[in-house]
Design a protein around this ligand. Structure first.
Ligand SMILES: *Cc1c(COP(=O)(O)O)cnc(C)c1O
Length: 461
């Protein structure tokens, strides 16, 4: 299997090279040249597999440059850190299935992909005798999942900048209690944008980037999407029987990575009826699906902060297929976006978009109302991100087709909003309780590029 760029500017590369490249060198995103097809019979044979076994079968269809025994070992080690034996269990409440993706170390679905990516990086770097220095800015979730993905890994250093005092206390502790020698938390006196500006400046210094082998862990890495494809299959196998049955998935969406993994599963032949793209007030993708209006506006802060995004980085992957794999059109669309602040679509294109996706935007009041009513009716507690998806599913998806809602975070991670909605304290899982009182390590810095640069150079050993 080889990988190509949405912008058409690179020669096809192997899987391991795609993992190390991250963003394509022509500025595009990497995609496989083809999708392995899964038959009905194959699906039936997969019913009895464990999550890890299923992951091996699905992932190996996209990877031909890692020996099977090594790939199995990478997968097994990645999911050994999860606290639930099923890794991503499915529960049913109030007529909807909840696919719990939050049993990893940082209690958010990003662990599913980043545990695997951390192990993959370590494996490839060892083979090539190379080093990788990851730098990133976070407003909370991605940073902690990335840190836990690479802590203690050979050949990797990670530097994560977060705005001092502006992440939730739990999110800060999930980062700063990781005291492995290769992990560097930098609390910046400033905003998330200040952190991001510093990281961007470091990456834009191409000489610096090359000299110090800088890398990123944002959601554009193909390996992250690939790891997420697995749980669509896993959930489908849990909620169907041998009769031909379709399933719809509701996905709380920010960067379009999670829902794109569902689109990949569908492309591989998984019988998916609708992919429901649920957004909060930051609803550019909902306006796109429903009205063909892909125009930028300002980012609004909400109770589901991991979805407070305007420009979804993985959207380009979908555009590539919407444009029938025409890279020139992808490039044209981004030129239009830059010049006019919007991308426009033909009615034929919109018909295809609406065949692939349904979409709804759920505002903060509806989100909190859904957490409250769902809790009263079922006793189950939704986190605000999950609640956006559940509300959209209840409003839009017909009940005669199984509805699976992706639960992307544990409610205790966003306890404040949940307590407001349920008027009760959120039960604290042992993983969070144990954070308090642990030793922490974090360096406080000004929002100053040179200060961060000096620190970085001193600490890459
Ligand atoms: C990252 C995240 C999302 C959004 O996922 P995308 O892949 O960016 O669309 C939703 N919920 C939670 C809790 C997240 O951390």
């Amino acid at each position: 299997m080889h990988y190509i760029s949405t912008r058409g500017g690179i020669q096809p590369i192997a899987f391991k090279d795609a993992v190390m490249m991250g963003l394509a060198t022509d500025g595009g995103l990497l995609l496989p040249e083809a999708y392995p097809q899964v038959s009905r019979q194959q699906l039936e044979e997969w019913r009895s597999l464990s999550y890890q076994e299923l992951a091996f079968h699905i992932i190996s269809g996209f990877v031909d440059d890692i020996p099977p025994a090594d790939l199995k070992d990478l997968i097994n080690r990645s999911y050994a850190t999860f606290s639930h034996p099923e890794i991503t269990p499915v529960v049913k409440h109030d007529g909807v299935y909840i696919l719990e993706l939050f049993h990893g170390v940082t209690l958010a679905f990003k662990d599913v992909a980043l545990q695997f990516l951390g192990n993959l990086f370590e494996y490839i770097l060892a083979e090539r005798n190379e080093q990788l220095n990851i730098i990133g800015a976070t407003s909370g979730d991605t940073g902690s999942a990335a840190i836990h993905g690479v802590r203690g890994k050979k050949g990797i250093n990670i530097f994560i900048l977060h705005p001092h005092g502006k992440t939730s206390p739990v999110q800060a502790l999930q980062m700063t209690t990781v005291t492995d020698a290769n992990v560097h938390n930098i609390a910046v006196s400033g905003t998330f944008d200040d952190c991001q500006d510093i990281v961007k400046a470091l990456f834009n210094d191409l000489e610096f980037k090359k000299k110090y082998s800088l890398g990123a862990v944002n959601s554009i890495n193909w390996a992250r999407v690939l790891a997420q494809v697995v749980y669509y299959f896993y959930a489908w196998l849990r909620v169907t029987d041998e009769d031909e049955r379709k399933v719809s998935f509701s996905v709380p969406t920010g960067n379009f990575g999670d829902i794109f993994a569902g689109y990949v599963a569908k492309k591989m032949g998984l019988p998916i009826d609708k992919l429901l793209l649920a957004t909060n007030e930051n609803n550019i993708l909902t306006r796109f699906v429903n009205d063909g209006d892909y125009s930028l506006s300002d980012v609004v802060s909400t109770a589901s902060p991991s979805m407070d995004i305007q420009l979804a980085s993985n959207f380009e992957r979908y555009l590539f297929y919407l444009y029938n794999q025409d890279s020139a059109r992808v490039r044209g669309a981004f030129t239009q976006l830059k010049e006019q602040g919007r991308i426009t679509f033909s009615s034929e294109e919109m018909a295809r978009v609406q065949a692939d996706f349904a979409s709804a935007s759920v505002d903060q009041a509806q989100t909190l109302e859904t957490i409250g009513s769902f809790n009263r009716e079922t006793g189950y507690i939704l986190d605000p991100h999950t609640a956006v998806g559940v509300r959209a599913a209840l409003d839009l998806l017909p009940a005669d087709i199984a509805r699976v809602c992706l639960a992307t975070a544990h409610p205790a991670k966003f306890g404040e909003a949940v307590e407001k909605a349920t008027s009760a304290a959120t039960p604290i899982p042992p993983g969070i309780a144990a954070l308090h009182g642990k030793p922490t390590r974090c360096d406080l810095m000004d929002a100053d590029l040179e200060q961060v640069k000096d620190f970085f150079i001193k600490h890459i050993v």
